[in-house]
Design a protein around this ligand. Structure first.
Ligand code: ZN
Length: 492
């Protein structure tokens, strides 16, 4: 019996299980057992030929099975197999015993501390591993934070407090009320204001010696090289695949380290990508998961404290690179599980076939990342809801008040229904709408709603394929209902 660990994004395909116990004397036999017991999960892991998909990788203990005997790798009783989306096989990272500081000595030397700064950083200065010399390196360092959200918040706060001399901030978002649960660089008074402004003010309050360079623009192929070129370290605090690949490619092309962090529900990951010395993000994830397979934080939810922990790990790694101290997380992927309060570590390998940092790179310039991640493709695939199939919340209210013979189906999850609901609706979550369509009368008029109108549009197409003809989608979902019909219904 082997224990198979599932990442959070795949647990939904195994009835929420985090680990599975499966019989098999080799990886292949365990995969066969998995396919028999969990066909939906297998669909995400294996292609039509039963081979592992490119964005999936398997680890026996902390070893990539591709560095062992692939799917023929034997498994003994109690061996642990981890499923980690997308880690390519390759050569081990060669770590020099001492990496040295990323800051050129002459730049650090030229960076003088005032008496105020000497007092402020005294707990660093009396740390034998840092001293005045190290503090000057921090003062000379230029770090670019891509994103000032969940991860960017603790990063900005701690790097500023530690005395990193120049912080670049890239963000074009405004502070939303739902951000405050985790994005602690922003306050309640900042709701509606640009995140860049709010973060800049907080940093100035914590440490006025820090020079903040704001970039209030969307990090894109058009501006990324210009923005990143003068910084020593890039820190990935983004929450979407296109920006992650963009950040990686910019870092690889400019030869800079990319301190990576990601969060999902109760789980986090961190590592340092640096193509000159180890793997890059594309060695880890050669291709993005299909759109929709891994939900964003907005869709999936995240424990508010989690980005605090992962962002702080990123801050430590950035400071180590600046000071040239210790062993960086190069070639190691740190996995954190808040529920188990457990850290695990997997070895990452540089992929000789990596399309950007491998021996024969095919990517030599920035590309269209939205297209690469299938974002546009996904939108094109989703059949649009025709205007005749739409209904506004005001019309819906009028029809409910008139007592029309309609069935209103809420396709959200039960925990969302518990937060806010439209009275007189029937709850069938999107994931069950296909199998539970028998509960609905195909001749009745069925009106579908969700939070914002997207999931209910998907439900409409599912029911249409099942032969339902009289269907409508509520435009703007329960958020619009709260705005236009009943403000006592809370928004979330
Ligand atoms: Zn690479």
């Amino acid at each position: 019996m082997s224990r198979v660990w599932l990442p959070a994004s795949l647990q939904q395909f195994a009835a929420g299980a985090e680990e599975l116990n499966l019989e098999g004397e080799s990886v292949q036999e365990v995969l066969n057992a998995l396919a028999d017991s969990y066909p939906d999960l297998a669909k995400n892991l294996l292609n039509e030929k039963g081979q592992l998909r490119h964005f999936v990788n398997l680890y026996k203990g902390d070893q990539d099975i591709r560095a062992l005997q692939g799917v023929e790798t034997p498994l003994a009783e109690n061996d642990e197999l981890s499923i980690v989306p997308g880690i390519a096989g390759g050569v081990d990272t060669l770590l020099p015993a001492q990496l040295g500081s990323i800051i050129p000595p002459e730049r650090a030397e030229a960076s003088e501390l005032t008496n105020d700064e000497i007092l402020r950083y005294s707990r660093h200065l009396i740390l034998p591993e840092v001293t005045l010399e190290g503090q000057k390196k921090l003062r000379a360092a230029k770090v670019l934070l891509i994103g000032t959200g969940g991860l960017g918040s603790p990063l900005a706060l701690y790097l500023a407090a530690a005395g990193v001399g120049t912080l670049g901030l890239v963000d074009f978002d405004v502070v939303d009320y739902t951000n405050l649960q985790r994005q602690i660089v922003h306050g309640t008074k900042d709701v509606g204001r640009p995140k860049i402004l709010s973060a800049r003010e907080t940093i100035a309050d914590i440490n006025p010696n820090v020079q903040v360079i704001p970039f209030e623009e969307k990090f894109s192929s058009d501006n990324a090289m210009r923005i990143a070129k003068d910084f020593d370290i890039l820190i990935d605090g983004t929450d979407n695949f296109p920006t992650r690949y963009l950040t990686n490619d910019v870092a690889v092309l400019l030869g800079k380290p990319n301190v990576y962090g990601s969060i999902f529900r109760f789980e986090g990951q961190s590592t340092v990508f640096w193509a000159e010395k180890g793997p890059c993000y594309r060695c880890l994830y050669p291709e993005p998961p299909p759109p929709g397979m891994v939900p964003s934080c907005a869709e999936g939810g995240v424990l508010g404290v989690l980005p605090g922990i992962v962002g702080c790990i990123q801050a430590v790694e950035a400071i180590k690179l600046i000071l040239g101290l210790g062993q960086p997380l190069l070639g190691r992927l740190l996995l954190f599980n808040a529920l188990k309060m457990q850290f695990r570590e997997l070895k990452l390998r540089k992929d000789p076939n990596c399309p950007i940092c491998g021996n024969n790179p095919t990517i030599t310039d920035l590309i269209d990342y939205e297209e690469f991640c299938g974002i546009r493709g996904e939108e094109a695939d989703a059949a649009p809801v025709q205007e005749s199939e739409e209904i506004t919340v005001r019309e819906l209210k009028a029809r409910m008040d008139r007592g029309d013979d309609i069935t209103v189906v809420d396709v959200r999850e039960p925990y969302e229904y518990a937060i806010a609901r439209i009275p007189g609706t029937m709850l069938i979550p999107l994931g069950q709408i296909g199998e539970r369509s028998g509960e609905l009368n195909p001749n009745a008029e069925i009106i579908l709603h969700c939070r914002s109108g997207k999931r209910s549009a998907d439900a409409l197409h599912i029911l249409k394929r099942k032969g339902f003809k009289n269907l409508k989608n509520v435009v703007g979902g329960i958020l619009a209902w709260s705005d236009e019909v009943d403000p006592s219904v809370p928004k979330y």
